[in-house]
Design a protein around this ligand. Structure first.
Ligand code: FAD
Ligand code: NAP
Length: 339
């Protein structure tokens, strides 16, 4: 039986620790409970907001309607050959624990994505990526319920239209589906991806034969712990802005004025800029504004020391504005802002 409660605090359920409240709240541990929640919302004309680990949201005020916290569990092997395996994961499973579990089973491929906060069901939303690997490279399919009809849908890679920190769920499919499980296409034999510079550097002293997927995960965790604030101690939502992708012409132009511009050519001919470098160059690293600020080691991470979503968004706005003034490059927020 689904337990729907009114006026529930969400501060402990978002990694920015923003003091928001849900008008109504429930936690779903099965497809049946999720269907009940969708039925309730439809019958009561309430909108649905799905919450995973709350690590990529800015709760800038109270959330009207029904907040559905995803808690559907389960990790199972859906198929295996000598070289490949399909692993189905409930949307409520913790992502990092999943990475560790797969490695322990000898299912490889998620090692570069270790220590990303949040739940498995949110991974397709922005096609999570880190250290040279994106979810889409390990994705097979997902199951979801349609928010308005409750219909169960299966979606494959082409349906998800994955892009750089992007997918159909941030575009035309926004707010239409609740993902209930994700099936990953992993490998039964290690296929290491070590081209990311920070990873190469950290592994430089290791004999290549000693480099295992578990070691890669360990090293990724070490680098992340050394560079990023832990939200438990300093509330944050990771990168606050996406890395902008600009035309090759604009990049050449910028390079003239900024020879140290950090840029990466993309397969489509455009160029990705490091948003953190832009924010740093604009002088924001370490800025403190009331109860919010910019992390002093990583300019892309905004931190909350007891402030509100409004304060945080005002700071983000000021940063984006000054970066635009200096570089004529628009910064887009990475986390989703609610309500
Ligand atoms: P939430 O924040 O709860 O939700 C994010 C969005 O997805 C919301 O719009 C929500 O409605 C929607 N959503 C969540 N679950 C579902 C579902 N089951 N069905 C439908 N919609 C759903 N991201 C990266 O890509 N790479 C990184 O390396 C990375 N590092 C991070 C480091 C830190 C310290 C932090 C705080 C964040 C980082 N992130 C990173 C961002 C974040 O962890 C990921 O985007 C993660 O996938 C979000 O998961 P979540 O469960 O917390 O989602
Ligand atoms: P970093 O290594 O200091 O690099 C800065 C930026 O340059 C990154 O955003 C990365 O883009 C890009 N980059 C570096 N080398 C690259 C290469 N060889 N080819 C293409 N792009 C390259 O970054 P960091 O801040 O410490 O983060 C390390 C990794 O963790 C990155 O992949 C980053 O995306 C991920 N991360 C993400 C979040 C988040 O909230 N989204 C938070 C923390 C860390 P990419 O971001 O495209 O990789």
């Amino acid at each position: 039986m689904l337990d729907i409660r009114p006026n529930i605090p969400l501060q402990a359920l978002n990694t920015l620790a923003l003091p928001s409240r849900a008008e109504h709240f429930c936690r779903v541990t099965s497809n049946e409970q999720l269907l009940e929640a969708l039925d309730w919302a439809r019958a009561n004309r309430q909108r649905i907001t799905v919450l995973g680990g709350g690590s990529n949201v800015v709760l800038a005020g109270d959330i009207p309607g029904l907040v559905v916290a995803m808690a559907i569990p389960g990790i199972s092997l859906a198929g295996q050959t000598a070289e490949k395996c399909l692993v189905s994961v409930g949307a409520g499973e913790n992502w990092h624990q999943l990475v560790l579990h797969t490695l322990a089973q000898g299912w490889f491929g998620l090692e570069n994505l270790a220590l990303i906060p949040g739940l498995a069901g949110a991974a397709p939303i922005q096609n999570i990526g880190a250290y040279g690997v994106e979810l889409r490279e390990r994705f097979h399919s997902l199951e979801a319920l349609h928010v308005h009809t409750g219909e169960r849908v299966s979606m494959y890679i082409d349906d998800c239209r994955f892009g750089y920190r992007d997918s159909v769920f941030k575009q035309s499919g926004r707010d239409r589906y609740v993902i209930t499980s994700v099936t990953l296409a992993l490998s039964s034999v290690p296929e290491l991806r070590l081209e990311y510079p920070a990873l190469q550097q950290a592994l430089a002293d290791h004999d290549p034969v000693d480099i295992t997927p578990a070691l890669v995960a360990e090293v990724v965790c070490e680098i992340r712990r050394s560079k990023l604030p832990d939200p438990v101690h300093l509330p944050n939502a990771g990168s606050f802005f996406k890395n902008p992708v600009i035309s090759a012409e604009q990049s050449v132009e910028l390079q003239r004025s900024y020879p140290h511009l950090v840029s990466y050519p993309q397969p489509d001919g455009r160029v990705k800029l490091a948003a953190g470098w832009l924010v740093d160059q604009a002088g924001w690293k370490g800025t403190v504004r009331g109860n919010v600020g910019v992390h002093d080691q990583q300019a892309l991470v905004l931190v909350n020391r007891g402030g509100t979503g409004e304060e945080l968004l005002a700071l983000a706005d000021a940063i984006a504005h000054s970066v635009y003034q200096q570089f004529e490059v628009e910064l887009e927020l990475e986390p989703r802002v609610y309500p």
